[in-house]
Design a binder for this molecule. Structure first.
Ligand code: ATP
Ligand code: MG
Length: 237
């Protein structure tokens, strides 16, 4: 279980998150919605340890252990994963290389042969063309293809808790269905997810257990699936 307790965060002098309390249990789907600029991506980045943000107060607990002072890679080893809203392009570094390096860092040694078996299996599961494996990370990838590459990282790393920051945006209906099925499968295997989204399209496939709405850096409403439906129909006002 990931627990956020009374978290307040600054960028420079500006306070972006205010006293956030949020649980992300394993084996459950937690959804975070909220207007543009309300602080959702900031929260995901702070949980993963992005050094751009300074935590003024509060705790980030993974399985009851404080991770606030750990590096992003140590947090990844504890089982936390972040899929970026805007994945970066890294020319000259192949997708396979990134995935294998990340796998070794998080899970330990694996032979090239064993890893390529896992990679092929996951690419097939997610309907990703094998040619992507040798391409530079996200370079020239379409918006939807970048999200597929993020989902492939999730599939390969199999974290305990996945923070999925608008992984659905840019994905077409068929791809969304594949993503949804995969998230449901990983949930059955015990993974917990914090799904940040603006759309109920994803939530038709992945049923949320808990839904929270963030506004101006605060959680202003919490509930179940009905809250996501209300927001989708009536907006945040
Ligand atoms: N590194 C930064 N420097 C300056 N301001 C920042 C930085 N990161 C975030 N902010 C500001 O913090 C606020 C929250 O941004 P954030 O990206 O968390 O919003 P969001 O809820 O994810 O929005 P969206 O739905 O558009 O993705 C915004 O006003 C943003 O401009
Ligand atoms: Mg965002």
């Amino acid at each position: 279980m990931l627990q956020i307790k009374n978290l307040s965060v600054l960028v420079g002098e500006k306070q972006i998150l205010n006293d956030i309390c949020l649980d992300v249990p394993e084996g459950k789907i937690t959804v975070l919605m909220g207007p543009n600029g309300s602080g959702k991506s900031t929260l995901a980045n702070v949980i993963m340890g992005n050094p751009c943000y300074s935590v003024r107060s509060g705790s980030i607990l993974m399985d009851n252990e404080e991770v606030r002072l750990l590096s992003p890679s140590e947090r990844a080893k504890k089982g936390i994963f972040l899929s970026f809203q805007n994945p970066v392009e890294i020319p000259g570094v192949s997708l396979t290389n990134v995935l294998r390096t990340a796998f070794i860092a998080v899970k330990g040694k694996i032979s090239v042969f064993e890893f390529s078996k896992i990679l092929k299996e996951k690419m097939c599961l997610l309907g990703i063309d094998e040619s992507f494996a040798s391409r530079s990370l996200n370079e020239g990838f379409s918006g939807g293809e970048k999200k597929k590459a993020e989902m492939l990282q999730l599939a390969v790393l199999q974290p305990k808790i996945a923070l999925l920051d608008e992984t659905d945006s840019g994905a077409d209906t068929d791809v969304l269905r594949v993503f949804g099925k995969h998230i449901n499968l990983m949930k059955q295997q015990g993974m917990g997810a914090l799904i940040i989204t603006h759309y109920d399209r994803m939530l038709d496939i992945v049923k949320p257990d808990f839904v929270h709405v963030m506004k101006d850096g605060r959680i202003v409403e919490s509930g179940s699936e009905e809250l996501a439906i209300k927001v989708s129909e009536h907006g945040y006002l």
